[in-house]
Design a binder for this molecule. Structure first.
Ligand code: GUN
Length: 296
């Protein structure tokens, strides 16, 4: 029977570390601030934004919320992004996705200063992840890596299979596993022999957004299985991409949905926001003449 990877507990432990770092920075006179923008009334996005604000409050991070009407123009949104880019009091900027259809998501994400891009969605940060030289890790894949590490599993030399090739999860997840010397295969909707490839995985990450796609017969006995799926079942409940009932008797480790990857994502966002504050403070300190510089 699979051991449960308790994302809630691991997330709480990591949040405590972040809270201590925020307090330490506060002691040096450095505050940490995240600005979140949401355009329109998407109910799921509103819940995500509320949870981000709540996490900031719990950890001593200041937050600014910009709830803009659905008809906000792209120009107005870009102006706000630029204003926040220039504001030294704002360390991290996040534009909640999806955006209304009349706004070009790519233009908005590229307008965010890479130094404040706590989602790590800007092409510069994506490129840095590709070459393994990054300040910010994309939140969901970073959370998955923490969950894998929590099992004590060494990624090096293991067969890793990522199901899903999104820019937000699948592709960066594959990169992070590769950086730790996993042998990585990425599967997607056109993959032939999905079951067979999944069965070869010591570490299986399901991020296809398809309820119950991965069943127990597709899992190698003893494998670490990370379920990124957040799908609605027929009764409005939350379910993952992994069919837990058939996976549990086979997998060695399994994340529950909810309570697995979900709680980790916002925790990683909080960590990135602290990283942004530290990097910006260092840069400001370096720019000062040495006579006015405090301990760097
Ligand atoms: N919408 C769903 N997930 C995310 C996320 O991780 N970041 C942003 N900005 N929007 C999202």
């Amino acid at each position: 029977m699979a051991q449960r990877i308790d994302g809630k507990r691991i997330s709480a432990e990591l949040r405590e570390q972040v809270r201590r770092e925020v307090a330490l920075l506060g002691g040096q006179g450095i505050s940490v601030c995240l600005a979140v923008m949401i355009v329109g009334e998407d109910p799921a996005s509103k819940i995500y934004v509320r949870n981000k604000k709540k996490a900031c409050e719990e950890l001593g991070i200041q937050s600014q919320e910009y709830a803009l009407p659905a008809e906000t123009s792209q120009e107005a949104l870009l102006d706000l992004v630029e204003q926040l880019n220039q504001d030294p009091a704002v360390n991290g900027i996040l534009v909640q996705l999806p955006l209304p259809a009349h706004i070009d998501e790519k233009s908005v994400l590229e307008a965010i200063s890479p130094k404040k891009d706590v989602d790590a969605f800007h092409p510069i940060n994506v490129g840095r992840i590709m070459i393994g030289s990054y300040d910010f890790l994309p939140c969901t894949p970073a959370g998955c890596m923490e969950l894998i590490h929590s099992t004590g599993t060494e990624v090096s030399g293991k067969r890793c299979v990522v199901v899903g090739r999104s820019n937000i999860v699948g592709k960066p997840m594959a990169m992070l596993l590769l950086h730790e010397s996993g042998t990585v295969t990425v599967c997607h909707s056109r993959t032939e022999n999905l079951a067979e490839i999944c069965r070869s995985a010591d570490i299986l990450v399901a991020a296809a957004g398809k309820a119950g796609l991965i069943t127990g017969d597709m899992i190698k006995p003893g494998a670490v299985v990370i379920d990124v799926g957040m799908n609605r079942d027929g009764e409005g409940g939350l379910c993952g991409d992994v069919d837990a009932a058939s996976a549990e008797p086979v997998a060695g480790w399994l994340t529950p949905v909810p309570g697995g990857v979900g709680p980790m994502t916002i925790t990683m966002l909080m960590r990135n926001t602290v990283t942004a504050a530290r990097l910006q403070w260092r840069q400001t300190a370096r720019a000062l003449p040495s006579s006015t510089r405090q301990g760097d």
